[in-house]
Design a protein around this ligand. Structure first.
Ligand code: DX5
Ligand code: ZN
Length: 222
């Protein structure tokens, strides 16, 4: 059985208080932190890059009591280019977009050479079957449930058949969903078979983030 993992997206945090807010959601039970890197090319938005990861790693040092897994979602046009920087900054997982490369195996090789876990993401318009030929080389498949680029968008329930198909074929794969996840949408995602839940707005903008994290987790455990 795959483990339920909650990965709050820091895109929805208050960047001026990033360290404190991340500490809080981790204390509240989040296993991972989802770090959305956007380059203004692959997506029509710019977020941040490796320097933020370096700063955040100082809050969760590798030799400290809780070296949280940094789940880096690379919405970038040239995924190979940033592997070294992200690895040196303290990333743990490197998820790139299938649509951003003609040679996913080459990107995967580079990611592994740098000691990072490999994730591959598909945008809403990309068939999940695209991942099948490379599945044995990856640690995580990300089915986007919004068009990548912005937080706070509406969850797309019509992506659930992709999750279901992936789960049926690969019972042991970490399957991540990202975009619009919260108390109202978790049931659909969990039922389809997702176990790694990204949640930005619903966690960071909640009055009591712990309630949301507990709820999301309990739905995946069901
Ligand atoms: C969208 C990002 C998401 C986003 C999720 O491009 O990949 O990780 O921050 O935010 P919410 O949970 O607010 O939809
Ligand atoms: Zn993301």
């Amino acid at each position: 059985m795959v483990k339920p993992i909650i990965s709050p997206s820091i895109l929805a945090s208050d960047f001026a208080n990033l360290g404190c807010q991340c500490k809080k959601v981790v204390d509240d039970g989040a296993e991972w932190l989802h770090i959305d890197v956007m380059d203004g090319h692959f997506v029509p938005n710019i977020s941040f890059g490796a320097p933020i990861i370096t700063s955040l790693r100082k809050v969760f040092p590798r030799d400290g009591p809780n070296p949280v897994f940094f789940d880096c979602h690379m919405m970038v046009a040239d995924p190979e280019r940033w592997v070294k920087d992200v690895a040196e900054a303290g990333g743990d997982g490197y998820t790139f977009h299938f649509e951003a490369t003609n040679d996913p195996l080459k990107v995967i090789k580079t990611i592994k050479e740098h000691g990072l876990k490999v994730g591959v993401a598909v945008k809403p318009g990309t068939p999940v079957e695209s991942l099948f030929p490379i599945i044995e080389h990856i640690d995580l498949g990300l089915v986007m449930t919004v068009e990548p680029g912005f937080g706070g968008q509406k969850f797309m329930p019509d992506m659930m058949p992709k999750v279901k198909l992936l789960r049926e074929k690969y019972p042991h794969l970490n399957i991540q969903v990202d975009g619009g996840l919260g108390k109202e949408t978790i049931d659909a995602a969990a039922t389809a078979g997702a176990n790694v839940i990204v949640a930005g707005t619903s966690v960071f903008k909640a009055d009591i983030p712990k309630d949301v994290i507990d709820h999301l987790k309990s739905e995946v455990y069901k």
